[in-house]
Design a protein around this ligand. Structure first.
Ligand code: ADP
Length: 541
């Protein structure tokens, strides 16, 4: 027997329609690359999104075609999110910080028909001009009227939309229709496209705004610092209008003073970013005599391991709570969050602080399991290492344009490539990427644990642990350290940080001081490059 309830497809167009109808008073603030601020609201934005959808139609963009963007967190980018996906086409956000070869690979793989580019990124585009896909017909500059000279038609955004009527009949799509395409940053080989659907996006946003996840309310003001070109800014451009929250889009000016200024001026209550963003903000705050937040915002952090020192600094010194989350491009991105459980009701603040390094537990809608080398689920003993697999409503089932990916199991799970332990509460802790773990005489050593401990040394600015060849143990950990300005620690002083904190056989066999460490386009330690640079380094038995 089928239930007798209305059957509305889960569509992205309905999110903005909801905000425009029921949250007219929530603000949207957008900062352009040149610092100009734009202030608007959901009804005005919905009207401009309708104009943009009409303009896309006039241009000939059809259902299923890909429309690329090279842009920051700005209002035009938000408008594209809703106009492109809402009309049935596929929004393809491209990371402008990738190498030109990767960008041209991605544009050609996706076969985009149009490209919207922020005026500050026109030089990036020009560097690619002779490698644009043959399918690309039009480039629209998102702000300003500076038009590049290209072999394709180039337009200015405001000219493109201004004559269109401000209403649009949003199509009632199958909710499984593709809505957006995002490529993983390719830290592990060629970038791979993840193709989201309307259904996965709406369900992900509904899950993300819940109390034990982002806990978003209509009175919140949300500032995504995590870029709109990377996993849809962790879904926040959908979450905020769904909850009715205000939205502050900080553009590319992400210096700590700018972020703090926006948080204070706009009353930001919730913001999200990777650890490097929040480390930078914390260090800047600590350098400003007597600075405080008038209303401390809540911060969510993920993307790489979160050093406890950041959580501690924000919480103790500034009253800013930090939520630690884990996710991947393939999971839209939310996989787990470290929020409290019933069993923790009598825990001390110090215990929670130490626990904040862990990535947490899955929210409803995703399921996790971790398997050992022979495919058996690992015990929840906080000790056993296993590879994390995930399945759920917003988890990829395949990569775009690819076949035979071994990332997907025959029984419907996706292999994450992350190695975890699980504790008695079911909380996961990422100990490493499967490819980065140090394999010392058949035992595994977590490079992430060693890096995080090294960051606790007062003279260490940045640390990475990679395997180096050892004649007896095959691999042993080598610690690479960028020293803090003006400090000159000895290797022995650095290694002393490990005493009593890890098993003796985990302690790195060597320390090398370097001026900088290679980072990926998303700001993560680029281990593949480091391993290449240090491939001839050998320990002696
Ligand atoms: P890429 O690394 O290619 O940029 P993603 O941005 O999708 O791809 O990154 C996903 C990976 O980032 C995860 O598989 C995991 O290794 C790492 N990651 C994400 N969040 C966390 C976290 N909170 N702690 C540790 N690692 C994390």
């Amino acid at each position: 027997m089928i239930g007798l309830m209305q059957d509305h497809p889960l569509l992205i167009s309905s999110i903005l329609a909801h905000a425009a109808r029921h949250h007219r008073g929530s603000k949207i603030v957008s900062v352009a690359a040149d610092g100009t601020q734009l202030r608007t609201d959901y009804p005005t934005t919905a009207a401009r999104v309708a104009q943009l959808a009409r303009a896309l139609d006039r241009l000939g963009v059809r259902s299923g075609q890909r429309v690329a963007t090279l842009g920051w967190n700005t209002l035009p980018h938000l408008e594209l999110y809703y106009a492109v996906s809402g009309s049935g086409a596929v929004l393809h956000t491209v990371n402008p910080r990738l190498f030109p070869d990767q960008i041209s690979y991605i544009l050609n793989d996706a076969q985009d028909v149009a490209l919207f580019v922020d005026s500050s990124l026109v030089p990036t585009l020009m560097a690619l001009a002779d490698r644009l896909p043959s399918s690309l017909h039009t480039v629209v500059v998102m702000d300003g009227a500076a038009l590049p000279k290209l072999q394709v038609q180039a337009l200015a955004y405001e000219d493109f939309i201004q004559d269109e009527p401000a209403d649009f009949e949003w199509p009632v799509l199958d909710e499984r229709t593709a809505s957006a395409l995002c490529y993983t940053s390719g830290t592990t080989g060629e970038p791979k496209g993840v193709l989201y659907s309307h259904r996965s996006t709406v369900l992900h946003a509904m899950a993300a705004i819940q109390p034990d996840v982002f806990a978003l309310r209509a009175v919140d003001v949300v500032m995504p610092v995590v870029p709109m070109f990377h996993v849809n800014a962790w879904g926040l451009p959908y979450c905020a209008p769904m909850a009715g929250s205000g939205l502050v889009l900080p553009g590319p000016r992400l210096q700590p003073s700018n972020l703090y200024g926006l948080m204070e001026a706009e009353g930001v209550t919730f913001s999200a970013g990777v650890p490097t963003i929040w480390t930078g903000l914390l260090q800047w705050l600590q350098s400003q005599e007597g600075i405080r937040f008038s209303h401390p915002p809540r911060l969510v952090v993920g993307g790489t391991a979160l050093p406890v020192a950041i959580t501690e600094g924000f919480q103790r010194e500034y009253g800013v709570p930090i939520l630690h989350a884990w996710g991947m491009t393939e999971i839209s991105p939310l996989g787990s969050v470290n929020t409290r459980k019933a069993e923790q009701s009598d825990w001390s603040e110090a215990a929670f602080l130490a626990y904040s390094r862990k990535q947490g537990r899955p929210q409803f809608g995703v399921d996790l399991r971790a398997l050992d080398a022979i495919g058996k689920p690992i015990p929840q003993d906080e000790l056993a290492f296993g590879e994390l697999e995930v399945r759920g409503h917003w988890v990829a089932s395949a990569y775009y344009n690819r076949t035979n990916e071994d990332a997907f199991t025959s029984d419907g799970w996706m292999r994450t490539g992350d190695v975890v332990t699980i504790d008695a509460l079911g909380t996961i802790e990422i100990v490493d990427r499967a490819k980065d773990v140090i394999k010392s005489g058949g035992e595994w050593i977590s490079s992430i644990t060693l890096e995080n401990l090294a960051l606790g040394h007062p003279d260490v600015q940045l640390a990475a642990v990679i395997p180096a060849h050892h004649p007896k143990w095959d691999e042993r950990p080598l610690l690479l350290v960028v020293r803090k300005l003006g400090s000159d620690p000895s290797p022995a002083s650095i290694l002393s940080i490990y005493e009593g904190r890890v098993a003796k056989w985990w302690i790195p066999d060597g320390v090398e001081f370097v001026d900088s460490l290679p980072l990926t386009a998303t700001g993560k330690l680029w281990k593949a490059e480091m391993k290449k640079q240090w491939k001839d380094y050998t320990f002696t038995a």
